[in-house]
Design a protein around this ligand. Structure first.
Ligand code: PHE
Length: 340
């Protein structure tokens, strides 16, 4: 029996040493040490031995089992280490290799200007609100005191969706929405897209952008309006900039004015750009909110007053960046946009 045990030991050790993966190793373990394994079979036959022989053979059997187990353990650890090494080598990252650079975009110059304008006004205590691009004819014209026969209402100037609904032709309908909702005090700006039936040329596009401002409270005067506009222009373009108010007409403000600012190129000296006048024309429209507009929104014009202004965001972007063709802002030509 001792001989058999020795043979099993040799066979087992031999098999284990030839092994190259963990699965095979487990098979070998079962083959020798499992319930029906070779060693177990031999041990089962021990009952037939004499009393004297049993402990001796038992001891040998235990030794054989231990040796096989030790060898199994050793090989298992070696295989595991080897596997780990292979895995590590495979998954190794060369951190010196150049990365896959993702090209991320950047803000469109118009959005940059819009946010810059909003920031200037926020710093002056204005809230920023939004209004819809699809508006009612009432908010866009009637509530703003636009006479029935005003030329801007014409089909050839306005994109009508139905008789009552249109694409807003300016951001001024936001005034109506805010006044109806908040009543007073109000101090807001609102920027966004506006639409007019314009032929495309260097300075016109059927889709353009405006920023609207509205202040309503007790004791608001034209002095507040002039100071606000003046501060805004200085904040945006520099403290040496001057503003000039020229009388104008808007149905929803009275009195109304158009504002010119110092030519950005010569800063008032006079150059070819400003036809030697020193002024950049019509940057902004403004005025004191017409009493009838306040009334239309349920605000008592005997108690409250206000001012409003509107400016072209595209126009400001063009002046700021020296862009001479509005189409460039909307064509999405990367050669143009990448400059910003
Ligand atoms: N809504 C006017 C326009 O589109 C601009 C404006 C706004 C004028 C507010 C006065 C007050 O031309």
């Amino acid at each position: 029996m001792k001989e058999m045990l020795k043979t099993i030991e040799q066979n087992a050790l031999q098999s284990i040493r030839n092994i190259s993966d963990l699965e095979q190793l487990e098979k070998i373990r079962v083959q020798f040490l499992g319930k029906k394994g070779e060693l177990t079979q031999v041990l089962r036959g021990m009952g037939k031995l004499s009393k004297e022989e049993r402990p001796i053979v038992g001891q040998v059997a235990n030794e054989v089992r231990e040796k096989i187990e030790k060898e199994l353990e050793k090989t298992k650890n070696a295989l595991k280490t080897a596997q780990k090494d292979i895995k590590l080598k495979k998954e190794r990252i060369d951190i010196s290799m150049p990365g896959n650079k993702k090209v991320i975009g950047h803000r469109h110059p118009l959005l940059t200007v819009k946010e810059e304008l909003e920031t200037v006004f926020m710093n002056m205590g204005f809230d920023v609100v939004e209004g819809p691009e699809i508006e009612t004819v009432y908010n866009n014209f009637d509530a703003l005191n636009s006479p029935e026969n005003h030329p801007s209402r014409d089909l050839s100037d306005t994109f009508y969706i139905t008789e009552q609904i249109l694409l807003r032709t300016h951001t001024s309908p936001v005034q109506i929405r805010v006044m109806k909702q908040i009543q007073s005090p109000i101090k807001i700006v609102s920027a966004g897209r506006t639409f007019r039936f314009d032929e495309v040329d260097d300075t016109h596009s059927p889709m353009f952008h405006q920023l609207e401002g509205l202040v309503v409270d007790k004791n608001i005067t034209i002095a507040n309006l002039k100071h606000t506009i003046d501060m805004f222009i200085k904040e945006l373009f520099g403290s040496d900039m001057k503003t000039r108010f020229r009388p104008h007409y808007f149905p929803f403000t009275e009195p109304s004015a158009e504002v010119d600012v110092s030519c950005l190129k010569c800063r008032g000296e006079g150059c070819d750009c400003c036809h030697k006048t020193g002024w950049d024309m019509e940057l902004l429209g403004c005025g004191m909110v017409h009493p009838r507009v306040l009334e239309n929104c349920g605000i008592d014009p005997e108690v409250y007053s206000g001012f409003a202004f509107g400016l072209g965001v595209d126009r400001i972007a063009m002046v700021k960046y020296g862009i001479n063709n509005i189409r460039l802002l909307f064509e999405n030509d990367m050669r143009f946009l990448n400059q910003f």
